[in-house]
Design a binder for this molecule. Sequence first.
Ligand code: GLA
Length: 388
Amino acid sequence: MKLRPGLVPGGVCTAILVLFLACGIPAARGQEIAATPPMGWNSWNHYGCKVSQAIVREQARAMATNGMKAAGYEYVNIDDCWQGKRDANGVIHPNSRFPDMKALGDYIHSLGLKFGIYSSPGPKTCAGYAGSYQHEKQDAETYASWGVDYLKYDWCSARQVYKPSEMPAVYKKMHEALVATRRPIVYSLCQYGMDRVWRWGASVGGNLWRTTDDIQDNYTRMAFIGFGQEGLGKFAGPGHWNDPDMLEVGNGHMKPDEYLTHMSLWCLLSAPLISGNDLTTMSPETLAILTNPEVVAVDQDPAGTEAHRVSEEGPLQVWVKPLADGGKAVGLFNQGESTMPVTVHLSDIGLNGPVSIRDLWARKDLGSFNGSYTAQVPRHGVVLLKIK
Ligand code: GLA
């Protein structure tokens, strides 16, 4: 946090600031480290348990050099399956696919990127590796010693040792262990949206929380999750975000228009943009979807307001996200099986004409409009607009 000296009227302010930081208030900590939705890469969607140190290094190098870092992608996150055994003192060690976690963290940092890891509050992770149950403080310290900047904490087998009602306290316990390391670590809650986590995720220190079960690389599942987020926006904002799960863009089982829908929806929803494809072999088209600066800017808008649905007519939906500069990002979506016209009425999004409209994927000004705007939207596709 940087303060401009001219704005600090003296000792009173400094004392309040010190108190504020010492209390470790979750929202304040969150705002420093996830003021906009986190952006990065995670191993799970593409590699599952076949992840290794070599793969993570290659992905990090790709992210640093292919334009993703420049577009704002920052976290390089190992998901499940890195864990080995605990030693006699209970300290967790990585398995043989990760010979040196500290060196891996150093390498990621040397690229100007940040390092993320994964665990579970239960005895085992979802893939059956060692979880952090009864080792929370020790694991947080180990992660900090490796230079970890992001922890995804996945409920998994915790259901065998805790009652559902204990979930907030269990998540808070790891938050407190992370704060105690004095290292800023983004805290990603993963319990699939149980117990309306959006209501309490921020209060237990979560910077993001999964709102649903796992995404898959197909249109039906992606659309079910993405279009199902209506109503959750009021629970998110700078420092604490709804997480409809990681991106599948580029993993190969959706059509280009479907990946455009995926990316557009996630950006409108102020979702964390955690890519989940192989960054070393992706096509220029995939890279262009992940890095379009005007689309990423919608996700990273400093106001942090989530989009909401303003209209739904059969397979056609219009979503709007108010932006910090007074403009609106508007998604015209077609879930149908053929191209159809989709209309946004300016009165529905709180604007009076004339407005100027820009197509964010085409990166083209469309002109000045009154009353409404209609676009032809392809099957499973989207037209993403900025209206001012
Ligand atoms: C759960 C999570 C996924 C992934 C796997 C790993 O299913 O929701 O995102 O982390 O566990 O086992």
